[in-house]
Design a protein around this ligand. Structure first.
Ligand code: UTP
Length: 310
């Protein structure tokens, strides 16, 4: 039904990663270190997001950075001294891991937001680099585990429907007021019509319990709307407000993805992600379980956590 409105579905090649936020919920850790460089086990959050984009077929990675974010640029660059040392010491596995993580030369772009005026403003800052093309948007503090990456699942839907696609997940009704919430129209979980959306609604005014979970495929028309978008909730330029306007002109499709999410922008989500990912790692799971047992964590409980992580 939807692809009739978007007869030609343009391939999505570019992903935007907004990494210019202040990360106030993680102070003092984020005073000098970007939140997106916090590690889940031994990989920074931003690396998981880039890997997810790559799995979905993205080959141009655009980072909207801010103050103190130079380290993100360095992370996606070669580090000759380190590589030579690893080579000399015969640490070949670590070396190939480092090289595997790097996007190819010329496939990363960096721009600055200058002032953290909100997610919508950060996205708008990428307009000149993205140009008149559809693009993926990944918020790196949302981390997903599952057999297939969330963006890949969305891309499969997008190839059928075109338009704009957003990932959603259900949360308890009591939690909706912390998120952007969608109204669900017709269609299966893998691609249903979104008929409305609202940022941080009161519980009784929320159109559903499906929240927008930090992955989007957007048409470039969003940039024009963001240019004139007044400040919304929290005094920030909100992406959801611009998407609401775009929805009057173009279809939006929701994908209730398969997998488990961790909101690593919050301390609890971040700590939970570390436990789940560590218990999912063959090289450290059993030692980690033993360490947890020493803390007095009941072994049946920790086995249960590990099973859920697999
Ligand atoms: P968040 O609202 O979760 O990040 O934005 P934050 O503002 O850094 O965190 P807190 O609430 O103060 O702890 C989600 C994503 O959007 C980026 C953030 O870097 C994060 O990746 N963002 C947010 C920007 O790039 N610019 C902004 O102005 C706001």
């Amino acid at each position: 039904m939807l692809n009739q409105e978007f007869a030609v579905v343009k391939r999505v090649r570019t992903a935007v990663f907004p990494v210019a936020g202040l990360g106030t919920r993680f102070l003092p850790a984020t005073k000098a270190l970007p939140k997106e460089m916090l590690t889940v086990v031994d990989r920074p959050l931003i690396q998981y997001a880039v890997d997810e984009a790559r799995e979905a077929g993205i080959d141009h990675f655009v980072f909207v950075t801010g103050r103190n974010k130079g380290v993100i640029e360095d992370h996606f660059d070669r580090q000759f001294e380190l590589e030579t040392t690893l080579e000399v010491r015969g640490k070949i596995a670590a070396l190939s891991e480092l090289r595997k993580d790097l996007p190819s030369a010329g496939r990363t772009s960096f721009t600055r937001q200058q002032e953290p005026l909100g997610l919508g403003h950060a996205v708008w800052c990428a307009r000149e680099i993205v140009g008149n093309e559809p693009f993926a948007l990944l918020l790196p503090d949302m981390l997903f585990r599952g057999k297939r990456g969330v963006l890949k699942q969305m891309m499969e839907t997008y190839e059928e429907t075109g338009g704009n696609v957003i990932a959603v997940e259900p949360v308890p009704a009591a939690d909706v007021s912390s998120y952007g919430v969608v109204a669900r129209g017709e269609g299966p979980d893998s691609g249903f019509r979104v008929t409305g959306m609202v940022e941080k609604p009161k519980r009784e005014e929320a159109p559903s319990n499906l929240i927008i979970s930090g992955r989007y495929i957007l048409q470039p028309d969003i940039f024009t709307l963001l240019a004139d978008q007044p400040r919304g909730a929290g005094g920030e330029i909100q992406l959801t407000d611009a998407m609401q306007t775009l929805m009057q002109q173009q279809p939006f499709v929701g994908v209730q993805y398969e997998g488990q999410s961790f909101d690593c922008g919050s301390k609890i989500g971040f700590l939970t992600a570390n436990v789940a990912y560590a218990l999912g790692r063959d090289d450290i799971a059993s030692d980690f379980l033993a360490a947890l047992a020493k803390l007095g964590l009941d072994s049946a409980l920790s086995e249960g956590i590990r099973d859920a992580a697999e």
